[in-house]
Structures are given as structure tokens and as C-alpha cells.
Design a protein around this ligand. Structure first.
Ligand code: NDP
Length: 471
């Protein structure tokens, strides 16, 4: 396979100055390629190039910025097969899901191209004209995780470019290649230095968050890393968008049509093998339908075809990395020790790949680690409740607050429950759906700031009030 084996700094493909490191294919447990590693000096060079490019790029006319993003979308589309294959190799997801990720990258890029930065007239009177403008911030540092490597890079980079910022990108060391390819493609369109990429295990992300010449960090990943970034960002008051962990609850209302709702619950809990920040991660079911829901979920789980994402017919891939697999095993074993019943899956498949089949865990409650902590893997704990008030209380009894959902045919009842969830997004009869026009962000420990839509775009800008005296 072809992987991009160079960094991009100031428009140039450059070798990493540190020793390259292996990237593991989670379906085989073996390295499939070596990733270049940047030195701290190369991080400095990337930031300097971005600062220098910003001086002129910030003045690029809107129409040109929009055209650039559309050209980038064309290039992603033209390279879709290669990108999807790289995503599957490094991340593990089935090729069909990787193709969806690439299609999402194209759609998000085009949508972001079309977004407008508004000018708001605050006052237009005899005394004054006051207008609120938005200007780019400077150098945006993008630090991305390993679950949706290409799409999340697009979520960070496109609004930054659309608003006239320059970028230094740092992908997860576990999934660097799709982002390296993306940045190579963007470099065919934008002026030198507008987008740069540095890769490397450990330390590169920290070097960025401490860098005095980076003006904003947009980060998607774990809550502890987000907290570390926030502390470091204080030195030069970096602007921050932090999209962190979630432990989303779903509440299935009593007396529901299970044929209609259970498949959607399964789908949104196990999307990307459960490795999605806003996947449904805890399901609350009324005791009157509890056993039947658990069994139906287990039946769907047993139908999944687990295997190498490159193989025909496979619709359920491996966990992305060994540490995450170990965490999933630890949490399920702990739940079992607390009396939980495993209705499907529940153990690592033999072999070198990180395969853990979709696992439904019953007879588990709040207070058990599998429910209280983000498992971020192919496991769904199902918790019984006796009345809806109790379900709402248990759903909100968590430090995270990314998403939440209510499943029921009485939309008014579902709406009244959904509005009481402590979460950045509340879905009804759905979960984990993110859209380029719908603002998305976490409450509580799940993050700060918004991505997507106009609200997300404006996070890459500095407001400036222009006040013109008239009388
Ligand atoms: P991390 O938060 O450790 O890593 C995410 C990104 O941050 C990677 O690019 C990583 O680089 C970088 N990074 C790590 N430490 C620092 C630091 N101190 N300063 C700046 N950047 C840093 O997530 P993990 O990959 O270790 O996953 C751990 C947990 O995070 C998962 O179990 C899951 O709960 C959660 N997670 C949440 C995601 C989400 O979408 N919200 C996505 C992925 C994980 P490098 O790879 O080089 O270490």
C-alpha cells in the first residue's frame, strides 16, 4: 500500500528528523507502515511557516477561500479509494464504513466552503453605526484522535481555512496516514505554509499546546488530555475548542414498539465498534420490557460479521488499539464480578487482531465501572429502571455530558424527557448523528465550545466591534 511518508512544512514534503515509528493494523496486530516522526525543531518550523503564511492568507477574499475548499473536496473525492483503504488499514473499520468517512469528509468540506462569516449590525442610529465583524485568529493547532481520523481532521481543518487561519495538524500516532494524505492534498490547493503537519509519538501535541505562536487549539480526544491542554493554553490565552469523552445515556420509554426502535439503538451504540465519542454508551430500559430488549439486542449482536475490515462481507471490525481493547476487557470483567450477565460476545477472539465481538451486558447498574466510565468500545450495558424519573436521574448521574437520547413514539413525552438530559445534544429516536449544519459540543466534562454550523465556524475567529461615530 502507499502511505505518505513525509511531513509537510511550508509547502514542502520533508522527512521526519526523529526515528520513524511503526503503525499497527489492528486487524493483524502487526505494523503495516512506518510513520515519520518530527523533532521539536520541526514543530517550531511548522508553526513559523504557518505564522508567516497567515500574514497574507488572512486577507484572502471570501470567494477564493470558498473555491479552495471546493477544490480540496474534489481532490478528496478523486482519492476516495486510497483514503478509505488507508483508514481501514490504520483504524480497522470495515471498508464500507471507511468509504462513509471519506464521503463525510467531502460533504463537510463542501458545506464548510458554503458557510458565510456574518457581519452583525448591532446599532444603526444617528449617533453611531456599530458592526460586529469576525477576523481569523492566526495559527490553529489541530490535534486529532484515532477513531475517525480523516473526518475529525476535516472537522478541524476546514473551518480554520474557511475563516482565513493557517494550520498545524497533529494526528494520532495510531492513525496518522489518512491525515498525512489529506494534508498533502490540501497543499496542492493552498499557498505554502497555510497547512502543515507534524507527526510523532508523545511530546509533539504537548509542544504545540505550549507553543507561544499557536493562537488556538482544536482538540478531539480524551478528557484528561483536554484538561492538560487547557492548563498549558493559559500561557498565551490560546482559544480552545475541546471535544472530549462522552458516556451518553439512552432512555427507552416504557411500552414501546421494539421492532421499530431496537435496531436503531443497536446501530447507534455500536457505530464504529462503539469507538465514537457520541455513541450510545448506556441504555436504560423499563423493567417491563427489560428482558426482551436485552435479548433482541443480543440477537442483533450475534448477527454481526466480525473480521478484517478489508474482507468482503465483514461489517464489524477490531478495536483500534491494544490499550483500548484491554480497557474494554477490564470493564466487562469488572461488571461480571459485580453480577452482570454477558448476553453476547464478552471475550477477545483468538488471534493477533484486536477483535472483540459486540457485547451486550445485562443486570448492571450505575455505580459499576462499565456504566460509570466511558468504555469507548463494542460493549453496551443495559440498565433497568422502574419509572422514568429514576431513568432521568441515572442518565444525568455522570460527569460527562456530550449526547443523550430518548426513544419513544410519543414525541411530546420524549421531548419533555430529552429536554431534561444534561447533554450538549439530545436526540429523539436517534443517537450519534452529527451533521455539518447542526452545532455540536459537550456540556459538563465532555468539552468546551462548539463545532459545525455557523456557531462552529465562528470559534475560529476573533470578534471585532467596529464603531463609527455619526453625531
Ligand atoms: P488522547 O487524548 O491521549 O490522544 C488524542 C490526541 O492527543 C492524539 O493525537 C495524541 O497524540 C494527543 N495527545 C496525547 N497527549 C497529549 C498532550 N498531553 N497534549 C497534547 N496532545 C496530546 O486519547 P487516546 O488516543 O489515548 O485515547 C484514550 C481515550 O480517549 C479513549 O479511551 C477514549 O475514552 C477517549 N477518546 C475520545 C475520543 C473522542 O472522539 N472524543 C477519540 C479517541 C479517544 P499521540 O497519539 O501522539 O499520543
Amino acid at each position: 500500500m502507499q502511505t505518505v511518508s513525509t511531513l509537510f512544512i511550508n509547502g514542502q514534503a520533508v522527512a521526519g528528523e526523529r526515528e520513524a515509528f511503526p503503525v499497527i493494523n489492528p486487524a493483524t496486530g502487526e505494523a503495516f507502515a512506518q510513520c515519520p516522526a518530527a523533532s521539536p525543531e520541526q514543530v517550531d518550523a511548522a508553526v513559523a511557516a504557518a505564522q508567516s503564511a497567515f500574514r497574507t492568507f488572512q486577507h484572502t477574499p471570501d470567494a477564493e477561500l470558498q473555491a479552495m475548499l471546493h477544490r480540496v473536496a474534489d481532490l478528496i473525492e478523486a482519492n476516495a479509494d486510497e483514503l478509505a483503504r488507508v483508514v481501514t488499514l490504520e483504524q480497522g473499520k470495515p471498508l464500507s464504513v471507511a468509504h462513509m468517512e471519506v464521503a463525510g469528509a467531502v460533504g463537510w468540506t463542501r458545506y464548510t466552503a458554503e458557510l458565510q462569516v456574518p457581519v452583525k449590525v448591532i446599532e444603526d442610529s444617528e449617533e453611531r453605526l456599530a458592526e460586529l465583524h469576525h477576523k481569523p485568529l492566526g495559527v490553529v493547532g489541530s490535534i486529532t484522535p484515532w477513531n475517525w481520523p480523516l473526518l475529525i481532521a476535516v472537522w478541524h481543518i476546514m473551518p480554520a481555512l474557511r475563516t482565513g487561519n493557517s494550520v498545524v495538524s497533529k494526528p494520532s500516532s495510531m492513525t496518522p496516514f489518512s491525515t498525512l494524505k489529506l494534508v498533502e492534498l490540501i497543499n496542492q490547493v493552498v499557498p505554502a505554509g497555510v497547512i502543515n503537519i507534524v507527526t510523532g509519538e508523545g511530546g509533539i501535541g504537548r509542544a504545540m499546546t505550549q507553543h507561544p505562536e499557536i493562537n488556538k487549539i482544536v482538540f478531539t480526544g480524551s478528557t484528561p488530555t483536554g484538561q492538560d491542554i487547557m492548563r498549558k493554553a493559559a500561557d498565551n490565552l490560546k482559544r480552545l475548542t475541546l471535544e472530549l469523552g462522552g458516556n451518553d445515556a439512552g432512555i427507552l420509554l416504557p411500552g414501546e414498539d421494539l421492532d421499530a426502535l431496537v435496531p436503531g439503538i443497536f446501530q447507534t451504540a455500536f457505530i464504529n465498534m462503539g469507538q465514537t465519542c457520541a455513541a450510545l454508551k448506556r441504555l436504560y430500559v423499563h423493567e417491563s420490557q427489560y428482558d426482551e430488549v436485552c435479548q433482541r439486542l443480543a440477537d442483533i449482536a450475534s448477527e454481526q460479521v466480525v473480521g478484517n475490515g478489508l474482507d468482503e462481507g465483514v461489517n464489524f471490525g477490531p478495536v483500534q488499539n491494544k490499550a483500548q481493547l484491554d480497557l474494554v476487557v477490564e470493564l466487562v470483567e469488572d461488571a461480571k464480578a459485580h453480577g452482570a450477565r454477558v448476553l453476547s460476545g464478552g471475550s477477545v477472539q483468538p488471534g493477533n487482531g484486536y477483535f472483540y465481538p459486540p457485547t451486550i451486558v445485562a443486570d448492571v447498574r450505575n455505580g459499576v465501572r462499565l456504566v460509570d466510565e466511558e468504555q469507548f468500545g463494542p460493549v453496551l450495558p443495559v440498565i433497568p429502571y422502574s419509572d422514568v424519573e429514576e431513568a432521568i436521574a441515572m442518565a444525568n448521574d455522570n460527569v460527562n455530558g456530550l449526547g443523550g437520547s430518548v426513544w419513544g413514539t410519543d414525541i411530546e413525552q420524549a421531548r419533555s424527557v430529552a429536554m431534561r438530559l444534561e447533554s450538549g445534544t439530545a436526540w429523539i429516536n436517534n443517537h450519534a448523528e452529527v451533521l455539518p449544519h447542526c452545532p455540536f459540543g459537550g456540556s459538563k466534562m465532555s468539552g468546551i465550545g462548539i463545532e459545525f454550523g455557523e456557531e462552529g465556524l465562528l470559534e475560529y475567529t476573533q470578534p471585532q466591534l467596529l464603531s463609527i461615530k455619526r453625531n
